[in-house]
Design a protein around this ligand. Structure first.
Ligand code: SAM
Length: 456
């Protein structure tokens, strides 16, 4: 076991202080109005009996994230002395039960593969047991918390997550939605300085139709291409932060995958969840890249240049061919105030280099790139209100395009350029988008009044 934080003084009058924590608990209890008695039982989820038709909401262990039983033993010894007489069944044993604990611990199972298969089969049994007894009329919700390192290494197709999803599908559930939620405080040690927003996902499941059919790989991809774009557009319209998008897109993607009995590969073997997740992610990438087609040519030039060079200088020849392919010249990108060309080298300007006194209504060559970069710069330097004023000046059509561009550039930063710091800026813009549009709508525009007088 390894601590990732230092214990603080419980009388320190700060976060973690005894009275502060007690105060938070009191606040919850004051707002809590249970209307039936609750009860709890302590049982292995693989064999537990619950009443038929129950509505399931469960927060199971996540692969190899935490060794609960080992951790519990640290406290168990101390609590035994005090509580044995009160709970003789619980505290009559030497240590907490380990054998049925559903965690993928290599040291307990003789290696990584054996640990994974123990976890997969145990979790399938547990979820199948719950699914059998659950109500067909209500969806079940299952929580999954990503480990930061697994997202960093493998993204949404990480071993833990794929194994977990596989277990849910084995249990006879179809996934009808995935929703990222913020369950962890942003000021936790491991969140600081990282771009991870939501690290937990709620899986919304329903029992799979017993007459579900088998689907081929090509058909699966075809249906993904048909169903994912409108679903992603809907998520964007709801201002889902770009960092949460890959996890949110799993829902509609897995909806397609788990709707049928199996998706078969060309050699008739069932497609793994890991492959399905990779295909879903590829479609998301294609969608975000495809949006570029709707931007002005200068912005499309800047996106391609940024993908290849970031804000570094590159050859004029290369820049010229990118520009020509978009039906413009490098001069046109320069004229738009996006790039600089000198001595046979071209580069796009850093955000802090673009004209700080920019006025979109006076600019005769406004591009989506500028709108997006100016919005971020204003937001980061001058705050939300100033950014909302700019949003209003930019107007709704260009604002929507700037938002699409932020999604697209976030994807470029995380998947192609691996530039986490720059990705934070695009994510930050979308994270406050709803608030900016709300403030922009409330800004009283003198020109509107003047127009109304003229209309009268
Ligand atoms: C993610 S934690 C749940 C945390 C809980 N929601 C909370 O906020 O305190 C997963 C829990 O599943 C328990 N667990 C592990 N194997 C189990 C099994 N076979 N049956 C029932 N519970 C199990 C672990 O001991 C752990 O307490």
């Amino acid at each position: 076991m390894l601590w990732d934080f230092g214990e603080n003084n419980v009388f320190g009058d700060a976060a973690g202080d005894f009275r502060t924590s007690l105060g938070s608990i009191v606040k919850v209890i004051e707002r809590f109005y249970p209307y039936v008695d609750g009860f709890q039982i302590n049982h292995d989820a693989q064999t537990v009996h619950i009443h038929n038709g129950a509505v399931i909401s469960t927060d199971p262990p996540y692969y190899d994230n935490i060794g609960y039983a080992d951790l519990s033993d640290f406290f168990f010894g101390w609590m035994k002395g005090v509580l044995r007489a009160t709970y003789p069944d619980l505290f009559g044993v030497l240590a907490t039960p380990k054998a049925e604990e559903l965690v993928a611990t290599p040291c307990r199972h003789g290696g990584r593969e054996a640990a994974e298969s123990f976890f997969l089969s145990g979790m399938s049994t547990a979820i199948a047991n719950l699914a059998r007894q659950s109500s067909p009329h209500y969806p079940a919700t299952v929580y999954y918390a990503f480990k930061q390192s697994e997202i960093a290494e493998d993204g949404i197709s990480s071993a833990g997550w794929a194994t977990f999803l596989q277990a849910v599908l084995h249990a006879g559930y179809a996934v009808v939605g995935t929703w990222p939620i913020r369950t962890e405080l942003a000021n936790r040690m491991r969140s600081q300085g990282s771009n991870a927003l939501a690290s937990s996902v709620v899986l919304v499941c329903r029992k799979r139709d017993e007459n579900a059919e088998v689907m081929g790989r090509a058909e699966f991809i075809r249906v993904l291409k048909r169903e994912l774009p409108p679903a992603i557009a809907e998520l964007q319209a709801a201002n889902i932060a770009p960092a949460d998008m890959p996890q949110s897109a799993i829902g509609p993607g897995m909806g397609v995958f788990s709707r049928c009995k199996a998706v078969l590969e060309a050699d008739d073997r069932p497609m793994t969840v890991k492959t399905a997740l990779q295909l879903i992610n590829r479609e998301l990438d294609e969608y975000l890249g495809g949006v570029q087609g709707e931007f002005d040519p200068e912005t499309r030039f800047a996106v391609t240049w940024f993908e290849q060079h970031g804000t570094e200088a590159g050859d004029f020849g290369t820049a010229n061919s990118i520009a020509t392919a978009r039906g413009i010249s490098v001069e046109s990108v320069q004229h738009a105030g996006i790039a600089e060309a000198a001595a046979g080298r071209v580069r796009i300007l850093e955000r802090d280099e673009i004209d700080s006194g920019w006025d979109p209504s006076a600019d005769t060559h406004v591009t989506v790139w500028e709108c997006c970069q100016h919005l971020i710069r204003t937001l980061e330097h001058d705050g939300e209100h100033a950014a909302a004023v700019l949003l209003k000046q930019i107007g709704p059509v260009r604002a929507d395009a700037a938002k699409d561009l932020a999604y697209c550039l976030y994807d470029v930063c995380t998947n192609k350029r691996r530039d986490a710091a720059e990705a934070v800026s695009y994510n930050g813009l979308i994270a406050v988008w709803a608030e900016l549009t709300r403030q922009a709508a409330a800004i009283h525009d003198v020109r509107d009044d003047q127009q109304q007088v003229l209309d009268l």
